[in-house]
Design a protein around this ligand. Sequence first.
Ligand SMILES: O=P(O)(O)OC[C@H](O)CO
Length: 427
Amino acid sequence: ADKTKIDFWFGNSGDIAKRVQEQCDRFNQSQADYEVVCTSQGSYDASLQNTIAAFRAGKQPTIAQVSDAGTLDIMLSGAYYPANKLMTDMGYNVDWKDYFSGISGYYATSKGEMYSFPFNSSTALLYWNKDAFAKIGKDHAPATWKEAGEDLKALKDAGYACPLGFDISNNEVWQYIEQFEAVNGEAIATKKNGFEGLDAELVFNKNPLLVSYVKDLKSWYDNKLAVIKNKAVGQTFVEAFAAGDCQVILTSVGDHGNVGRTAKQGMNWDVAMLPTYGDATRHSSYVGGASLWVLKGHSDAEYKAAAAFFNFIAKPEEALTWSTVTGYIPVRNSGFEYLKKQGFYDKAPYAGRELAIQSLTASPAGDAAPQGIRLGGLLQVRTEIANGLQAIFVNNADVQASLDSAAERGNTLLRRFQQTYKNVQLP
Ligand SMILES: O=P(O)(O)OC[C@H](O)CO
């Protein structure tokens, strides 16, 4: 019989795109009835925009990956077949409680229903070069930004040309701004970052800790303790870290596998939780990455194929393979337990990855701070934040004024989104 073919559009690019493709290949080879055709759209932003556009044109894929930041956009679009309903309809009994509560909490509706499948979950970590730190007499990563500032200065004085490598493009502001608010127990927007109402407003510019931290970053940049690294200068900050050219970066744990494979021969490096600011108590960082959504408008045969794919990637053995090659954390407790049983976290360089889970669960019990972000058009808001940072770093614009106007432009986008869905209840 002919195989049922379905499309799966995803946003990851580069090394992670290869790993997604390998997972698709494993699924296709595991059975004879279905074929999933997996295509990178180049970025999370493109994956969301292309999916919505294709839906309007009646050409949507069966499965689309949407990043954490696009969750509300797709949730309110009405374009999807809820994950929980799909699996029941297709005869699968999914234990939705098996997801890490931090992860399901990020993606679930207020009633706890799962409309999408958490796929690649992450958080931001600080990557540090242990050899460089040894040269300045340190055997641990900075726990606070004050300590980080001293370390960067010492690294500079020891002759390192790029103590901190960073970037301020729209895809790279989440780890500096959003995760900063997270670990310090603050919020980027009112209404618990939007979880408690569509009419949330951006307030990151009003947090004195954040303003002061951006000022620190700017002064480190001016003093060459922090250097912008991206494709435009020929090397991303992740590549610069792996090459041993930059000694500290902030990036997703999802890059851990790639950094391990591409790190300069013999280089000693590790990861740490993001530093906190001032004397703030550490709170949980936010879940990053993406989840998988099933689109409306397909046949039962296609939905059967999609359900079989979701069932396949939920296997603990798949969690092990996927987590090993990428760095993304296992999204299910069963996967995590399986990894632990295999001794995964006892082996270098994987030991540090457990820190991602510790970072995601660092909040004191009953924390009043938001545990994630649920804003419409957050991907566009990030572009406004990136524009604000661009003004500060490249054009020496005033920090407070630039953050204020970025928040104002972001709020205009949020209001536009709210207007589109003014009669809609947050699910
Ligand atoms: O690089 P990722 O996949 O961990 O995703 C980072 C951010 O969460 C994107 O919103």
